[in-house]
Design a protein around this ligand. Structure first.
Ligand code: ATP
Ligand code: ZN
Length: 299
C-alpha cells in the first residue's frame, strides 16, 4: 500500500538526466540509494520516495497526480502538454524550478550540402522527428506545409537513408549532426531540465517539504555557479581588484601578518574566474590567487 504522506519524486531511470537528477537529490541531503534497479527507492532520512522511469513517462505521472514532483526536460514536458492539448490558463503542472543541467535545443537540420535560405525551404518537405507536436506548432505558426513521421531513436540517419528531407531533433554540441552530414538551420525550442510539481490538493506537511527542497535546490545551483576567491592585493589596488570580480557584494578585507603593503581579499563570486581575469589581477600586483569550489550556500 502506498504511503500518501511520503513525497513522491519521479526522475529518469537511465539516460542523460539520471546522473544529474540523482546528484541533485543527494546534494539536497536526501539519503537514498538510487543505484538499485527497483522502480521506487525510499529515502532513509526524509519522507521521500523516488520513482525511476523513462523520461517520457514523467510529465504524465505529474499531470495525472501519481507523483508530486518530477525532474524532466522542458522539451518532453512541453511535447506532452501539447499532446494533451493543455489549456495554458489551466495548467496541469507547475514548473517550480529551472535546473542547471540537461540543456539542449530542439532544432531542424538538413543535409550539409543542401542550400538553406529561410524557413520556407521546409515547404513540402518530409521531416523525421520524435517531437511531432512541438514541430507542428512551430511550422504551423510559420504557415509551412509539411509532413512528418515519427522515429523514436536514430532520427539523424533518416535523411542519409533517403527516408526524410530533414530532421527535427535534440542537439547539444552538434557533433552527432555533423557526423551524419547534417547542419542545424532552425532552433524551434530551447530546453533544460526542470523541477515540476503536480497541481491539486496537497497536505501542509508535503508543502513544507517541497519548500524546503526548493530552497536546498536553489542553494545547490547557486553554489555550483559561485566560487570562493582568495587573493593578496596591494593596498592601493583594492578597488581595481574588486571591480574585476563579479557578483561579490561585500568582500572581506583583512591584514596580512608581517606585510603592510598588501591585504588579503576573500569573496564569493557569482562567476567562475577565467585565466584572463587572473592574469589581469596579477598585473595589478595581486598574488596567491586561489579559486575554490563552494559546497553549499544559503542566503
Ligand atoms: P528514456 O529511455 O528515459 O526514454 P531517452 O533516450 O528518451 O531516454 P535521453 O537521450 O536520455 O532520453 O535524453 C533525456 C533528456 O536529456 C532529453 O529529453 C533532453 O531534455 C535532455 N538532453 C540534453 N542534451 C541532449 C542531447 N544532446 N540529445 C538528447 N537529449 C538531450
Ligand atoms: Zn525518452
Amino acid at each position: 500500500m502506498l504511503n500518501k504522506n511520503r513525497l513522491r519524486i519521479a526522475m529518469q531511470k537511465s539516460g542523460r538526466l539520471s546522473q544529474e537528477s540523482a546528484n541533485l537529490l543527494i546534494k539536497c541531503g536526501i539519503k537514498i540509494n538510487l543505484q538499485q534497479q527497483q522502480l521506487i527507492s525510499f529515502a532513509e532520512n526524509m519522507p521521500i520516495d523516488v520513482v525511476k522511469v523513462r523520461d517520457d513517462d514523467i510529465p504524465g505521472l505529474v499531470m495525472d497526480q501519481v507523483v508530486d514532483l518530477g525532474i524532466v526536460g522542458g522539451n518532453v514536458l512541453e511535447e506532452e502538454s501539447l499532446k494533451r492539448k493543455m489549456d495554458i490558463d489551466h495548467p496541469l503542472y507547475n514548473i517550480i524550478q529551472k535546473l542547471d543541467f540537461g540543456s539542449c535545443r530542439l532544432s531542424l537540420s538538413i543535409p550539409i550540402n543542401q542550400e538553406y535560405l529561410n524557413i520556407s525551404s521546409f515547404n513540402n518537405s518530409r521531416i523525421a522527428t520524435s517531437y511531432p507536436f512541438l514541430l507542428t506548432r512551430y511550422l504551423k505558426k510559420k504557415n509551412i506545409e509539411f509532413s512528418f513521421f515519427i522515429l523514436n531513436g536514430s532520427v539523424e540517419i533518416a535523411p542519409g537513408a533517403g527516408l526524410s528531407d530533414a530532421i527535427c531533433d535534440l542537439v547539444s554540441t552538434g557533433a552527432t549532426l555533423e557526423a551524419n552530414g547534417l547542419k542545424e538551420v532552425e532552433v524551434i525550442y530551447s530546453s533544460s531540465a526542470c523541477l515540476v510539481s503536480r497541481i491539486g490538493e496537497i497536505s501542509d506537511i508535503k508543502k513544507n517539504l517541497i519548500n524546503k527542497l526548493i530552497t536546498r535546490i536553489q542553494g545547490v545551483i547557486k553554489a555550483r555557479e559561485s566560487k570562493y576567491i582568495m587573493l593578496h592585493a596591494p593596498y592601493t589596488k583594492i578597488q581595481s581588484v574588486i571591480s574585476l570580480l563579479h557578483g561579490a557584494e561585500h568582500p572581506t578585507i583583512s591584514k596580512l601578518a608581517g606585510e603592510t603593503k598588501k591585504v588579503a581579499i576573500h569573496m564569493v563570486s557569482s562567476e567562475t574566474l577565467f585565466w584572463e581575469t587572473m592574469e589581469k589581477l596579477k598585473s595589478l600586483g595581486a598574488s596567491s590567487i586561489l579559486v575554490l569550489p563552494i559546497e553549499k550556500m544559503m542566503e
